[in-house]
Design a protein around this ligand. Structure first.
Ligand SMILES: Cc1cc2nc3c(=O)[nH]c(=O)nc-3n(C[C@H](O)[C@H](O)[C@H](O)COP(=O)(O)O)c2cc1C
Length: 363
């Protein structure tokens, strides 16, 4: 099922998130690899439509948490893989992270300078605040705008929130609290405001609706989960703690909430996907599920910046095959989502277990 017989010789990768036009939907998501100017410049040179710089806030405890980070790349049997910048597509990343350690004014100057430079590449460097104290967060949002940075992402769903020092990182799971926080930050800045939410909630779409109603220009869905991995050799917890976990397996979980959020908020509300993209085809899957753009983090952190042009080539190939532009994909599969009751009756695999001489009789 294609889009339309578009006659343009060149496939258009551009997408819009409200008033922000991106040259392509691949956003390099926030992580340690985009904490320094060198990392952000590499992401821009690799062709990312935007880069979200590693997050900051005012908390000293959140900064110090970066000294205690640890990372394990795992295969499908939960065995450690080497860090060789060539992870298999089904690798899982299990890790603790912390926040950018520069003093806030230094971080702000770096992000503002790189966002100015990004204009020449038709790209953006987005400032990201992980909320700690709300009033300090509002003041920082104002400073981000005053520094000339063009887009702000506010993350109120960082998975580490429950494990980090109290007050260092907000993990908000309640719609009323999301609304109050977003309204306060909205009042502090006129910048395009993207709000990144947790996936660790019973109703992620309700959080998205609350964020949007309180003034978010876009909602980023959804933060990773927390996990616990016992190590068979040491019989201790791998990395010693619970930690955030993500992999290609998370893509369907994120897609489901994207589709449900699209249904709840309507197609005009821009959604940004995060959590599960490992390839250009995954970017297409997220667009089909309702995202207008896709943050890719672990794939680049573990695979290097070469992942960006490879993913863009893959996306371009897919779009050319389907005779679609990137924006044509947005929500196409989500809008065809049906209920169980709408499905026709099918032969049913389970019948193989009850039929005489079937699978069930072999054992
Ligand atoms: C090592 C690491 C550091 C991260 N740091 C941040 C951060 O500072 N701010 C933030 O909003 N998200 C951060 N994230 C979350 C990612 O941006 C992303 O939302 C998440 O990893 C899921 O997407 P993925 O499957 O593409 O990795 C981090 C993720 C990782 C793996």
């Amino acid at each position: 099922m294609g889009c339309r017989a578009h006659s343009a010789a060149v496939t258009d990768l551009s997408v819009a998130i409200g008033g922000v036009r991106l040259k392509n939907p691949l956003i390099c998501g926030a992580g340690e690899h985009v904490m320094s100017a060198a990392g952000i410049e590499s992401a821009l040179s690799a062709g990312a439509g935007a880069v979200v710089a590693k997050s900051a806030n005012e908390s000293e405890a959140a900064r110090r948490q970066l000294d205690r980070t640890d990372y394990a790349l795992l295969d499908a049997q939960w065995r450690r893989l080497p860090w060789a910048f060539a992870p298999p597509p089904d690798a899982t990343l299990f890790c603790r992270s912390g926040l950018a350690q520069q003093p806030f004014p230094e971080w702000l100057e770096m992000v503002a300078r790189l966002d100015r430079a990004a204009r020449a590449q038709d790209s953006y460097v987005v400032a990201s605040l992980i909320l700690a104290d709300l009033e300090r967060g509002a003041a920082m949002a104002g400073e981000v705008e005053a520094a000339g940075i063009r887009v702000l992402e506010l993350n109120i769903g960082a998975p580490h929130g429950g494990e980090a020092a109290p007050g260092a990182i907000t993990l908000e799971r309640e719609a009323g609290r999301v609304a109050a926080i977003v309204a306060r930050i909205r009042a502090a800045t006129r910048l395009p405001l993207w709000v990144k939410l947790t996936g660790q909630s019973e109703d992620v779409a309700a959080l998205a609706a609350a964020a949007r109603a309180a003034g978010a220009d876009a909602v980023t869905l959804m933060g990773r989960f927390m996990g616990f991995v016992p190590d068979l050799e040491t019989m201790a917890p791998l990395l010693g703690t619970n930690a955030a976990i993500g992999g290609a397996w998370a893509l369907p979980l994120t897609c489901r909430w994207l589709a449900l959020a699209r249904r709840r908020l309507g197609p005009a509300a821009p959604l940004i996907a995060t959590n599960g993209a490992r390839s250009g085809e995954d970017i297409a899957r997220f667009l089909l599920a309702g995202a207008s753009a896709v943050q890719m983090t672990s794939a680049i952190f573990t695979g290097g910046f070469g992942v960006v042009p490879r993913a863009l080539d893959e996306l371009r190939d897919y779009l050319a095959r389907q005779r679609c532009h990137a924006a044509d994909l947005i929500g196409k599969a989500a809008d065809r989502l049906q209920s169980y009751g709408e499905q026709p009756s099918r032969p049913g695999y389970w019948k193989a277990f009850v039929a005489p001489g079937g699978v069930g009789d072999d054992v």
